[in-house]
Design a protein around this ligand. Structure first.
Ligand code: BMA
Length: 327
C-alpha cells in the first residue's frame, strides 16, 4: 500500500475485488442492493443509513421511511455487514432527565464511535429541518443532546476524534425544502454542546455534477495524506436533482482546509436501482467501513431513496484517482 489508513483493523469488512474491466475508482457489490423495498413491517424503504463495527459484527442506524411516509431511525444488526435484522420499533431518544422525546421525523443518520461512546447525527425538525445528536453507550438507551445548530441545516457529520482539543462537525446550511444551494461548513465545540468557529470547507463545484450543492457523506477517514471525505454532489437537471459521489482530502490538523479535491465524480447513478425508484438518479453515500491493514473501504449508500447498497474501493485506488483528476 502506498497510503495508510489511520484506524483500526477490520478483518471481517465486507469486500469484493474490483471487477475486471471496471475503470471507476469505486465499484458496486455484485449482489446489490443489500436492502430491498419493504424489508420489515412498517418500513417501506430503507436507505441513506449508517453501519459501524460492533462486538465482532456490525450494527447500524437505518433511515426507514415508514408506511405513513415519515422517516424514522431504526437499529439493525448484522454478522457480515450485508444481511441485517431490524428492530421493529424506531429508536426512542430521551432528554437529560430520562423523559422520552417524540421526534416529528428523523433521517440520514451518521453513526460513529467517539471516545468509547456512540453518537448519531441526523436531520430532524425544530421549527424546520436541522440536526439532532443522539448518544448511546449500549444501543439500548439513547439520549438526545442539545441541538447543535439553528434551522436550517442538514448532513451533519462528526469527526471520529478531537482535532487540536476540539470536536469538529461538518454540516450543510440549507433551506426548509429540497434545497437548491449549499456548501459544506465546519464547526468546533469543546463539549459537543456549544458550537462555533464556523468555517467554510467545500463549495459547490463549477463541475456540473456538483454545481447545485454538496454535502458531507460518511464520517471522514484519517489517512497519511489527510482526512478522506466522500461527499454527495447534486446538479439540477430538467427532471430534477442528480446525486453523485465525490471526494476530497482535508488537512489533518485543520480540516477546514481542502488539500485535494477531485473534479470528477467517483461514481454516479447508473444502475436501475439508482436511476429508478422513489426519487430517481440518487446515489447517496452515508457511511464507511475501513480496514487499516489492507486499506479496504466499504461504503453504504442509498439508491434512489428506495434501497440500500454497498460499494467498495481501497485507499490507494481512491487517493490515486483524486490526485489524477485533481481540480
Ligand atoms: C436530500 C436528502 C436525502 C435524499 C436526497 C434525494 O435533500 O433529503 O435524504 O436522499 O435529498 O431525495
Amino acid at each position: 500500500m502506498k497510503h495508510q489508513i489511520y484506524g483500526k483493523e477490520l478483518p471481517n469488512i465486507p469486500y469484493e475485488s474490483r471487477p475486471s474491466g471496471c475503470t471507476a475508482p469505486i465499484w458496486r457489490y455484485s449482489k446489490n442492493p443489500i436492502i430491498e423495498m419493504n424489508p420489515f413491517e412498517n418500513a417501506s424503504r430503507v436507505f441513506n443509513s449508517s453501519v459501524i463495527p460492533y462486538q465482532n459484527a456490525f450494527i447500524g442506524v437505518f433511515r426507514a421511511d415508514t408506511k405513513n411516509g415519515i422517516p424514522f431511525l431504526f437499529l439493525g444488526r448484522s454478522k457480515d455487514g450485508l444481511k441485517f435484522e431490524f428492530e421493529k420499533e424506531p429508536i426512542m431518544f430521551h432528554d437529560k432527565d430520562g423523559k422520552e422525546i417524540k421526534l416529528e421525523y428523523a433521517y440520514d443518520p451518521r453513526l460513529l464511535e467517539l471516545e468509547g461512546e456512540y453518537y448519531v447525527i441526523f436531520c430532524t425538525s425544530n421549527h424546520g429541518p436541522t440536526l439532532g445528536i443522539g448518544k448511546t453507550k449500549d444501543f439500548k438507551y439513547f439520549e438526545l443532546l442539545d441541538q447543535p445548530f439553528l434551522p436550517y441545516n442538514r448532513n451533519g457529520v462528526l469527526f471520529p476524534r478531537k482535532v487540536n482539543g476540539e470536536y469538529l462537525m461538518l454540516s450543510r446550511p440549507s433551506d426548509d425544502g429540497h434545497t437548491k444551494f449549499g456548501d459544506i461548513f465546519m464547526s468546533s465545540s469543546k463539549d459537543l454542546e456549544y458550537w462555533g468557529k464556523h468555517r467554510h470547507v467545500l463549495e459547490r463545484g463549477y463541475e456540473w455534477w456538483c454545481g447545485t450543492k454538496v454535502g458531507a457523506g460518511p464520517v471522514p477517514i484519517e489517512t497519511d495524506l489527510g482526512w478522506l471525505l466522500f461527499f454527495h454532489g447534486a446538479n439540477l437537471t430538467c427532471s430534477g436533482l442528480v446525486y453523485s459521489i465525490g471526494a476530497a482530502i482535508l488537512d489533518r490538523d485543520n480540516p477546514s482546509k481542502v488539500l485535494h479535491r477531485c473534479s470528477n465524480f467517483l461514481l454516479a447513478p447508473e444502475k436501475p436501482y439508482e436511476t429508478c425508484g422513489y426519487v430517481p438518479n440518487v446515489l447517496f453515500p452515508v457511511s464507511c467501513l475501513a480496514d487499516a491493514k489492507t486499506g479496504r473501504i466499504a461504503i453504504y449508500a442509498g439508491g434512489a431513496d428506495t434501497v440500500t447498497e454497498i460499494l467498495f474501493t481501497d485507499i490507494d485506488t481512491v487517493i490515486d484517482y483524486i490526485l489524477k483528476y485533481e481540480r
